[in-house]
Design a protein around this ligand. Structure first.
Ligand code: SF4
Length: 212
């Protein structure tokens, strides 16, 4: 893997997206964790549509509120998003564990976060990367697609395999921003259908794998 080319790719992405930030509505680290959990197989827009009204009503919505609502009370608030039943159940369990085991705070360690119901490697890494700039990558659909098209990850690789490749090749300098830069580029330029190769700042460094 050409390290210089990978660094150049992130430099170009940084210039393209200088003010990139997480698009999920949240005021607290707990709300970010909740929003990322809700975003599994769902767009950020759909999550914001349910989180917006919840936070309008209670700006500091936290684990105690979820505990009080219980699954029956939380489900109707998020029922428009995919897998709402499972997500409501996991969210309430997660809130209870955070209250019982972590004094109401989002755990700081990756393994602690991943021990929570509904929190897998992707969710944990995205949360820790956004909150603390930890050099972790969450391989969502955008990161997966972009890393394959760029030729960094074989088209046959699973998401877990893609993750293992990415953590090895991400330049330290960009480790804190790599995740969000790739998500943004995948979302707005390198879309699943009709990627905008003609207008893409990465055109010269991209091998456009999988595109005919
Ligand atoms: S050149 Fe095309 S395939 Fe490569 S990153 Fe840009 S939009 Fe995606």
């Amino acid at each position: 893997m050409d390290k210089k080319k990978i660094s150049l790719t992130f430099s170009l992405l940084e210039q393209k997206w200088p003010n990139v930030k997480c698009e999920l509505i949240h005021n607290t680290s707990f709300q970010l964790l909740l929003a990322v959990m809700l975003s599994a197989q769902t767009t950020d827009k759909s999550v914001n549509k349910v989180m917006g009204p919840i936070l309008d009503k209670k700006k500091d919505f936290g684990p105690n509120d979820l505990k009080e609502l219980k699954e029956e009370g939380f489900y109707p608030l998020i029922k428009t998003i995919g897998l709402a039943k499972t997500k409501a159940k996991n969210a309430v369990l997660m809130a209870n564990i955070i209250l019982d085991k972590f004094q109401g705070n989002v755990p700081r360690k990756d393994e602690e976060l991943q021990s929570l119901p509904g929190v897998g490697i992707k969710t944990s890494h995205v949360v820790l990367n956004i909150l603390y700039g930890d050099p972790l990558i969450g391989v969502d659909t955008h990161v997966y697609r972009l890393s394959q098209r760029l030729g960094w990850v074989p088209m046959s690789a699973s998401r877990n395999q893609a993750h293992d490749v990415l953590v090895k090749i991400l330049p330290k300098k960009y480790a804190a921003k790599a995740n969000i830069l790739m998500v943004n580029h995948g979302r707005y330029v390198c879309m699943a259908r009709n990627p905008q190769c003609g207008d893409c700042v990465l055109s010269k460094v991209c091998s456009k794998e999988g595109l005919t």
